[in-house]
Design a protein around this ligand. Structure first.
Ligand code: 5GP
Ligand code: ZN
Length: 119
């Protein structure tokens, strides 16, 4: 029986963010979610919130359970508060055309030194 891998998909075994979920330098963590600092910060504070659950992008968010959605959003708010951010931006790049480069869902949390522009 032949298997046909999904084109362009990143399987958890070779996924950078699956690995960083397991082994990264986490600034915060709760069951199922971690936050790390972006290696190439675009603001004074630039964090990435990464779920353990590997889905390629926000396009597949329906695969998350309702509880998972809620806990992820709560964690994003908690991470921002713990970093002392009062005003900040939460960004998801959904798809290559929107700038997504790592195909494991993640949320950017950006605060401090924001230019006020959306990009
Ligand atoms: P995307 O472009 O997919 O929305 O966001 C991916 C983000 O991951 C980028 O902002 C990029 O700087 C960050 N990134 C890529 N590789 C690494 C890495 O090895 N470690 C960390 N901490 N961030 C990374
Ligand atoms: Zn992954």
């Amino acid at each position: 029986m032949s298997r046909s891998p999904r084109r362009g998909s990143s399987l958890p075994d070779d996924c950078l963010f699956c690995r960083l979920y397991r082994e990264g330098d986490h600034v915060a963590a709760v069951e199922g979610f971690v936050a790390i600092r972006d290696i190439n910060p675009q603001a004074g504070t630039h964090l990435l919130v990464i779920p353990e659950h590997h889905i390629e992008s926000f396009h597949h968010i329906a695969e998350f359970g309702a509880d998972e959605d809620k806990r992820m959003l709560d964690f994003i708010a908690e991470v921002a508060a713990r970093e002392g951010l009062s005003d900040y931006r939460v960004v998801v790049n959904a798809g290559r055309g929107a700038g997504q480069t790592v195909f494991h869902l993640h949320w950017h949390v950006l605060g401090g030194g924001l230019s006020g522009r959306m990009t």
